[in-house]
Design a binder for this molecule. Structure first.
Ligand code: MRU
Length: 358
């Protein structure tokens, strides 16, 4: 199972020479891959209104912490160019309305509010309408290109520690599709693969939204990296068999204490990794760090019960039951062997290494 080749190019979706560009600014519109259509169709959607970008973030058309940050920044660019304000004060008021709408789309990934705050700070530092509009577009474009260079640096930093022949488990999707392109956890795997290290990847399906089977599997296939998909429930079994050498996941928020918020299920993978003495790594850019919140203050998003109750229109559980569907969990620092960033790999004690990093 783990040594087999992935399926052959189906002639439609795979184009290894091309990076998947998740979100982009083109002709004053926001263009993004509709991730709800993957893996069946690679479809791009275009938006002219920030309200549509906000809905796209809520509906997971675009998802993944860095990608929603950049999408929100482009949403602010749409708000800026569509504003009819004649004076800076009025324009800033319009921008604040867009900021508030975009900010409430998803509560856990800190990259969203990080990106929105950067845009508002740039806007507030200019003093005429045209300058404000231009600076917002330029800043959001820079954010998008910085995301790519950051991921590549982070990828190289992580890839250096990986040995050839390692089997690496990842959870959810922290790849090109969760960033502008290249990815964080999957960026490390791509860099290692590009260095010629013969890695094999285990991707969890990541219920209930299936980011692993729909998106990570699509990406690894697209980039030609050897992988196997497993059910979430098989993680302990594979670890107990000695099949997994390392775990690398992404993050939605990292606190100054080293607590990591990531896709639901991450914590139990980290706990199992500790039990089996398998190093558990987190890969995330500096924009994912939240140095002010405490662990009890961060809101963990709870999503619609239908994500658990249905597949398409097919009911999977009795109607009317109670459902609890948290989208993220918290992994405590004592379970984490290292945090891979664009500046290097942070090691415990995290209070010290994170403070030093900033
Ligand atoms: O609900 P999602 O799909 O937005 O959750 C995404 C994750 O949990 C990722 O692991 C995280 O955002 C890191 S992406 C580089």
């Amino acid at each position: 199972m783990l040594r087999g080749k992935n399926r052959k190019n189906n002639g439609k979706l795979r184009n290894r020479s091309n990076d998947l560009l998740t979100v982009e600014w083109k002709n004053n519109q926001v263009v993004m891959i509709d991730q709800t259509k993957l893996p069946g169709k690679l479809v791009y959607v275009r938006y002219k209104k920030y309200e549509d970008v906000a809905r796209a973030i809520e509906r997971l058309i675009v998802r993944g912490a860095p990608a929603i940050g950049v999408a929100a920044a482009f949403g602010m660019s749409l708000a800026a160019i569509s504003s009819k304000a004649k004076a800076p004060k009025a324009l800033l008021r319009d921008l604040e309305i867009a900021y508030d709408r975009l900010k409430t789309t998803r509560p856990t990934a800190v990259n969203l509010v990080w990106a929105l705050d950067q845009i508002m700070n740039v806007a507030a530092s200019k003093n005429n309408v045209e300058e404000i509009k231009k600076s917002i577009i330029l800043s959001s474009l820079k954010m998008a290109t910085d995301d790519i260079t950051t991921n590549k640096k982070l990828g190289m930093n992580g890839a250096e520690m990986i040995r050839s022949d390692e089997v690496i488990l990842t959870h959810c999707n922290a790849g090109s599709l969760a960033t502008v392109t290249y990815g964080t956890a999957l960026g490390v795997l791509r860099a290692a693969n590009d260095m010629g290290k013969k890695i094999r990847v285990i991707a969890t399906e990541t219920r209930p939204v299936m980011q692993g089977s729909r998106l990570t599997a699509f990406e690894l296939d697209h980039y030609g990296i050897d992988f196997s998909l497993i059910p979430d429930t098989a993680v302990g079994h594979l670890m107990s068999k000695g099949i997994i050498d390392r775990v690398i996941v992404g993050a939605d928020r990292i606190l100054k204490t080293g607590h990591v918020y990531n896709k639901i299920g991450t914590y139990q993978i980290a706990a199992l990794a500790k039990r089996h003495e398998i190093p558990f790594y987190v890969a995330a850019p500096n924009s994912t760090f939240d140095l002010t919140s405490n662990v009890n203050e961060v809101v963990i998003e709870e999503r619609n019960k239908n994500e658990l109750m249905k597949i398409g229109n097919k009911l999977l559980a009795p109607k009317g039951i109670k459902v609890f569907n948290p989208a993220f969990d918290v992994t405590p620092p004592e379970l984490i062997a290292g945090i891979i960033t664009e500046k290097g790999i942070l090691r415990p004690p995290y209070e010290e290494s994170i403070a030093k990093n900033f």
